[in-house]
Design a protein around this ligand. Structure first.
Ligand code: TYM
Length: 324
């Protein structure tokens, strides 16, 4: 099965992206043909500093490798280096109703958050995402819940294209985790942990003291019982989800273990678990940051492999659409 997913190079990886998406990528690369990329074109919908943007892309590559992506087992590349992504976006634009784009939750949120810069790219963002996915004849897309609507739109676009021009694209399916599909903010469990709100994030490469501080300060709920109930106890349920995913212990087991020990003991144990689990990630990141040539070569090899697939799809698309 072909698996594809992407991440924007906008700040460090937090445990939301890791538990919702990247952890799945690491597991999937063992038995599937996997393609992962850094979505730098998507990131440009919010202004970036051209001086530091290349470093952001480099840093994200290092972080993905440090999290466990293995270049021997998957293709890793930078979106803007394959021109077919933008070419296909234009062609798909011509069959995508603007009304559907205006309805996208992420567009509405971003348009509210960045009122002074509601650029066309923000609206067109999901079509570029559809192009990313369809270009590679993807079967499965491992993502967090926030991307589900974009995936549905991708499927709709694929269906429409196939109906109008003949079967060309596969209809990709999302891969979501039951627990972990939406990790909430530590400082406000009603909000999603999100890169655009740094105060909501626990980063994968945070130093031990920071991890401890953030976990001990995490907002919990009234009462003392440690029980998973996202509606009534969103704070403790979020921490239980994080604990379960890092320890591979079931929520039930954890509820039993910590039942009446109180929030403070539970948090202390979670902080220790995270500090230990993330230690190898921190070490690998530090090591890779000094190996610039090696990291760039991985992206170059990835670009070469991805381009072959992208070009083959584009040849077919151009033919089907009757381009000269
Ligand atoms: P991005 O960079 O915002 O996030 C990367 C991945 O992390 C997931 N994620 C979360 N999962 C659970 N809980 C959270 N709090 C959380 N925060 C983030 C996201 O769902 C995502 O899977 N548009 C995409 C990048 C993209 C893409 C694609 C993804 C571009 N083209 C094609 C898949 C296929 C994005 O901005 O992800």
């Amino acid at each position: 099965m072909r698996v594809l997913s992407g991440i924007q190079p906008t700040g460090s990886i937090h445990i939301g992206s890791y538990l919702g998406a990247i952890k799945q990528w690491i597991e999937l690369q063992e038995k599937n043909e996997c393609i992962f990329f850094i979505a730098d074109l998507h990131a440009l919908t919010i202004p970036r500093d051209p001086k530091t943007f290349p470093e952001d892309v480099f840093e994200m590559t290092v972080e993905l490798l440090a999290s466990g992506l293995n270049p021997e087992k998957c293709i890793i590349f930078v979106q803007s280096q394959i021109k077919e992504h933008t070419e296909l976006t234009w062609l798909l634009n011509t069959i995508t109703p603007v009304g559907e784009l205006r309805r996208m939750t992420q567009y509405k949120q971003k348009a509210r958050q960045f009122k002074k810069n509601v650029n066309a790219g923000l609206l067109d963002y999901p079509v570029l995402q559809a192009a990313d996915i369809l270009l590679y004849q993807t079967d499965f897309v491992p993502v967090g819940k926030d991307q589900l609507q974009h995936l549905e739109l991708t499927r709709t676009i694929a269906r429409k294209f196939n109906q109008r021009f003949g079967k060309t694209f596969k209809e990709p399916k999302p891969l979501l985790l039951k627990i972990g599909e939406k990790i909430m903010a530590l400082n406000d469990p009603r909000k999603k942990m999100s890169k655009s709100l740094p105060e909501t994030c626990l980063y994968l490469f945070d130093e031990p003291e920071i991890i401890k501080k953030k976990i001990m300060a995490a907002v919990t709920d009234p009462g003392k019982i440690i029980k998973y109930n996202p509606q009534k106890k969103p704070g403790i349920s979020n921490l239980l989800a994080i604990y379960s995913l890092f320890s591979k212990k079931s929520i039930k087991e954890l509820e039993k273990k910590f039942k009446s020990l109180g929030y403070a003991r539970f948090k202390k144990s979670l902080a220790e678990l995270l500090i230990n689990s993330l230690k190898p990630f921190r070490q690998k990141r530090k090591e890779l940051l000094t190996r610039e040539v090696y990291v760039k070569e991985i992206l170059e090899q990835g670009r070469k492999k991805a381009q072959i697939i992208a070009q083959s799809t584009m040849t077919e698309v151009r033919q089907k659409m009757g381009l000269f």
